[in-house]
Design a protein around this ligand. Structure first.
Ligand SMILES: [Zn+2]
Length: 305
């Protein structure tokens, strides 16, 4: 029998496995094997009352170990280029909470397990997180930055892109989670896996080069979330009418979950625009940090030490 705490960790780490279909199994098989082996391992020790509940980071460590580079290239990885400094618009906030908003968000949070959908991306569109680079240098695979994006086109078209197999490395793309204009939440990549949400990119002078044929990126230590673009923003330039209240609610609930699950600093919530080193990305356009600040404060996410 699987202990309850492992059941909880299992459910949380794999996202929501309520939706039938072989795609789910394909997308999560390696994690599942790992978790099941952990279950067996811990079950043997279950008589020890002090047995610690495996955190998502424990599970990640095991997953990443399987992805380690087998042979090292000579020399050193390319250095991350200088980028303009950035500091988060989000501020610590423990008072002046909007109680009406808090009540609404807490009610939505209770419904989250039912409304959060899992539509797994094709396995060509994501990969494992690495603990070492091709030159044998150690990498920390723990998610510690959240990158916000926008879909530019509809959520459905983004999902279809992620469901499409992309054999060529340069075509592979994914986010971990999408948030629709109606507040719907669609998880497409397990947060323990590496989504291909950003190309040439760095956060506070850090990137990871996981393939010697490509420039470095934040993907190895990032969680990617994309907001569905409203209809007047389908031209991919300029501004648009912005995101809905339901969308900011859902965004805050996913972020609150990630911050807690992976012990991420709210100051590490950033945008594709700010991590992009190529200067070509501007997403998410028309984003209101104030709307996010108010909601995260209402959830208590901005008042943790
Ligand atoms: Zn983007």
């Amino acid at each position: 029998m699987v202990p309850d705490h492992l059941n909880r960790a299992f459910r949380k780490s794999l996202g929501r496995l309520r939706h039938p279909g072989t795609g789910i199994l394909l997308a999560t098989t390696s994690t599942m094997v790992l978790v099941l082996s952990l279950v067996g391992f811990t079950a043997e020790k279950s008589t020890d009352q002090s047995a610690r509940e495996p955190s998502l980071l424990d599970l990640l460590d095991e997953v990443a170990r399987d992805a380690d580079q087998k042979e090292s290239l000579p020399g050193l990885p390319p250095k991350v280029p200088e980028a303009s400094p950035w500091s988060s618009p989000l501020a610590r906030q423990c008072s002046d909470i909007d109680q009406t908003m808090r009540t609404r968000l807490l009610a939505k949070r209770r419904e989250l397990p039912q409304i959060r959908q899992l539509i797994p991306a094709d396995p060509t569109n994501f990969g494992e997180r690495y603990r070492s680079d091709p030159w044998g240098q150690p990498l920390n695979p723990a998610p510690r930055v959240v990158i916000l994006h926008e879909t530019v086109y509809s959520l459905t078209s983004a999902v279809n892109t992620f469901l499409t197999p992309h054999p060529r490395d340069e075509d592979q793309v994914s986010y971990h989670t999408l948030v629709g204009l109606d507040g719907s939440i669609v998880d497409v990549v397990d947060p323990l896996k590496r989504a291909y949400g950003a190309g040439y990119s760095a956060f506070h002078g850090e990137w990871a080069v996981t393939n010697p044929e490509f420039q470095g990126s934040v993907n190895n230590f990032a969680l990617h979330l994309s907001l569905e673009t409203p209809g007047d923003g389908h031209d991919s330039y300029g501004v648009h009418s912005g995101y809905t209240s339901a969308q900011y609610d859902a965004l805050a609930l996913v972020l609150d979950d990630w911050l807690e699950s992976f012990d991420i600093d709210p100051a590490a919530i950033t945008t594709h625009r700010h991590v992009d080193l190529g200067g070509a990305r501007a997403d998410p356009r028309s984003f209101s940090w104030e709307n996010l600040q108010n909601r995260l404060a209402a959830l208590g996410s901005l008042c943790r030490t």
